[in-house]
Ligand binder design. Sequence first.
Ligand code: M6R
Length: 614
Amino acid sequence: MCGIFAYTGKKGKDAGGILLNGLLSLEYRGYDSAGIYMPESGSVKTPGAVAELRKKIPKDFKGKSGIAHLRWATHGEPTAKNAHPHSDCGGEIWVVHNGIIENFKELKEKLSKAGHTFKSDSDTEVLAHLVEEKLSAQGGSASGRNFEKAALAALNEVRGTYGIALQYKKEPDRIIAARMGSPIVLGLGDGEHFIASDPSPILPHTRKVVFLEDGEVAVITPESHRIFRLDATKVKRKATEIDWSAEEAQKGGYEHFMLKEIMEGPEVVRNTLRGRLIEEKGLAKLGGLEGVTKQLEKVDRIIMVACGTASYAGMVGEYMLEEHARIPVEVEIGSEFRYRKAVINERTAVVGISQSGETLDTLEALREGKRHGALTLGIVNTVGSTIARETDAGVYNHAGPEISVASTKAFLSQMTALALLTIFLGRQRGMTQKEGKEIARELKALPEKIEKILEQRGAIEKLAKKYSKNRDFLYIGRKYNYAVAFEGAIKLKEISYIHAEGCGAGEMKHGPIAMIDEHFPTMAIATKDSVYEKMISNIHEIKARKGPVIAIATEGDKEIARLVDDVMYVPQTIEMLSPILNVVPLQLFAYYFAKEKGLNVDRPRNLAKSVTVE
Ligand code: M6R
């Protein structure tokens, strides 16, 4: 997720100031690098966020129009070179982009053969060169060429997701926007027009906006805006008057970032999978591991190191990898691993899982692995973070920035990345094509299934209200959902400040069951899988002690509804992927529970988003 903002006006206003202030309100979308282009002054790009960009902008950087960008890296390190805007060979066509151009490799190859020179590792840059190519293909003198036509022809060749803004030095008043999967909104002012990823940077200037739909292109000038489809047919759309505050706009209309991020689950899983599954061959293509493929073939043991939620993703990964890739896996929290004398050698891979890529205990555990000759890998969301840089290789999550302290969408993407790793390593070690294909097919079906769960959020809100006076909760699960029990519990305790305990369901009778009475509810993850019957027995044990039970169950399981007090249903999937669905109702339950208590959901007390101290 990146943030884009563009402005064209004729009021003698300072476009640079407008663009920089606008970027500030988009910082929640990305902050690893920033850049600006104004036809009258050129471009400035820098690693870091808006404050860094501001420092680098010269005093005489002025103009009436321009495009600006905040990046959350997906392709290429977060350096000035890879920061947007990107340009063509002649520095005349400039582009800012939010999304991923999936066919950028083949386009780049074609354009390089045609003589284009690329300056960055970014997928976005191909678009600027492609427009340049289409413009020169029109022939005639440069002044007679049609920028709009060239942009449209280029967009029709691009596959993937984009929200973009394009500007041509020779036509400084005109900016072209397009949307395919990534949001774009136009702001309609008086003698000025805007393009942005969300309305927040537009709202200080105008409340009249038009939201683009997928497959639509818009052209703005100071006086006008036009919308058409990729096939050039015209679109008529009325403007909407927005009464949100800028902060509400950042949250996409949701009350909290946590809910917004839970709602992004389907998109996040799609993004983690994008371009990485070859379903017909049952293979996973992980570009970040290509350099260490041979070393990975020799690995005979994996140690996953992580903290908190990321460590629960690791526990799910342990079960996936052992069952389907047949590699011994251990999971250890970073703060323990770094101080004990683990037996590690060069056939060990130490895998660090971290949303921020900066968690000190995870980082030090990886360093410890490296000191002992292990291959180190990262499953990281933040491109260019310390863990991403220091590990030998890795897989990026592509979940976009996570703002809420409680990790939700990153957890989904971590488990999805681990499923991809399971196919990748499994196929190196005798996993059949049939098995690889089945996992791939089920992975692809997950986003729609998550959407079905999210549709039930009204019912989950009611349930959270019903239990909101309870002070203690037990979460139980088995096998793949053992880790989900811990994740469900940490979500509730970190934002509601109440006692919630994760426990392996089989372990309950070795202690925790003593706590159960009619005031102590249990959340039982009991979807239809190989341990379903065992879970039902555990639920009976709790009911026999008058404990209320809320079950996470598979759609259509009517029997469980007769046994427990309340049920949250999820669609069926294969057992190894069930945690990716089962955790979603638990995230929603924790969210609505804390909201009911009137707590600061996104910034819980005593916690930081990224723990960079011991
Ligand atoms: O950035 P990381 O993934 O390394 O962070 C690890 C934990 O600090 C993090 O998951 C924490 O447990 C979350 N607040 C849980 O929601």
